[in-house]
Design a protein around this ligand. Structure first.
Ligand code: SF4
Ligand code: SF4
Length: 358
């Protein structure tokens, strides 16, 4: 059943979440981009803002519309809220007798509600769940955050020129993975319930039954986001193309900054380091995001296996678009387009795959 929450009643959603102890995170304009950050009041939402994106290009402009969610994804995915960029995993302390004591440092349980999550990022979250939770050794750090996460999805009504979620089959319409789902129209939101937690929350809201006109308007607005020009083949045969001369071409343009892996909602590579205390009596074991564009990422005895931007980019693309099929049964790309917009030299994986497979 589809419900309707008026724009004027939207603050009830925020206050209900806050009253239940959720730390609310939602899109806001920061330093010229839309990012997910702490939301204390509805006025912080990005009213009327919309983006223009191209390879190596992201700009916001004001449309004067009443919409809060009429934009395509900004740089930050929701990934940092489940897979922390930096966290302490465990600590070892030496007691007076010289015995070592190991202690796991789990993150503090905190209820988090994220508002405004898009289809490509929910698909990416499902992939991160596969990696962190459904393997032989579930990750307790990720699990702690994931168990406390409430997700309020919003269907896209605007696609950036860099979006290609239609091609990967992950968007723009959200089909699963949400607690509540909103579709924005002029005077409010068509609302759908996706879980028991969502139902519990919906019971606290002044909802109406969504009229056929409101439902049709929401559908019509979502159509705009399906107009996407970029495409990506489902499984490009990259393992057969490892010696293709185009890798040299892309390697000559790539500056190995790692932006693409930082903004990608599915990348999960990390490194672990020891931080010993100066007195020699304790040490903290830390996990940090890492990237296949970092020379240390392939360092084994005797040196790094991959040493040039060509090697890094080939590793990234072949793992993401070929290796993931073996590991997770699907490509590691959900078509969000972030790696295209936030690459400082405008490298576009859809174009690179096109050149490799032409
Ligand atoms: S590879 Fe690029 S387009 Fe695909 S999910 Fe990652 S950032 Fe988005
Ligand atoms: S492809 Fe672009 S974003 Fe990725 S490391 Fe190279 S220059 Fe940076």
């Amino acid at each position: 059943m589809q419900h309707f929450l008026t724009r004027a009643d939207f603050p009830h959603l925020l206050t209900s979440l806050q009253a239940e102890g959720h730390h609310c995170i939602a899109p806001q304009v920061r330093h010229g981009a839309i990012v997910f950050d702490t939301l204390e009041q509805v006025s912080q939402l990005p009213t009327g803002w919309q983006d223009t994106q191209q390879p190596g290009h992201y700009r916001l402009h004001q449309t004067g519309s009443p919409y809060w969610f009429d934009w395509a994804n900004g740089a930050a995915a929701i990934k940092p809220h489940t897979f922390a960029p930096q966290e302490n995993l465990w600590k070892v302390v030496r007691d007076e007798s010289g015995r070592l004591h190991f202690k796991t440092i789990l993150p503090k349980p905190q209820k988090i509600a994220i508002l405004g999550v898009r289809a490509c990022d929910l698909a990416a979250l499902a992939l991160q769940d596969q990696h962190f939770l459904h393997g032989e050794y579930p990750d307790p750090y990720y699990q702690q955050r994931r168990d406390n996460l409430l997700l309020i999805g919003v269907n896209c009504t605007h696609a950036a020129a860099t979006c290609f979620c239609v091609s990967t089959g992950d968007g723009p319409v959200i089909r699963s993975g949400y607690d509540l789902l909103l579709s924005e129209i002029d005077d409010g939101f068509v609302l759908e319930i996706g879980s028991e937690r969502g139902e519990h929350l919906a019971k606290q809201l002044p909802l109406h039954a969504a009229s056929p006109t409101q439902q049709a308007t929401a559908q019509q607005r979502m159509q705009a986001a399906t107009q996407q020009s970029r495409t990506l083949p489902e499984k490009p045969p990259l393992y057969d193309l490892l010696q293709h001369p185009h890798w040299e071409d892309v390697g000559a343009r790539c500056i190995a900054c790692g932006n693409c892996t930082s903004v990608c909602p599915t990348c999960f590579c990390h490194q672990e380091v020891e931080r010993p205390a100066l007195d020699g009596n304790s040490s903290t074991h830390e996990r940090l995001w890492n990237s296949c564009f970092d020379p240390s990422h392939s360092h084994i005895h005797g040196g790094a296996v991959r040493r040039t931007p060509k090697d890094y980019y080939r590793q990234w693309l072949t793992h993401k678009l070929a290796g993931w099929h073996e590991q997770f049964g699907r490509s590691g790309c959900t078509g969000c387009g972030r790696c295209i917009s936030w690459c400082p030299v405008g490298i576009d994986l859809t174009a690179e795959v096109g050149s490799l497979t032409a």
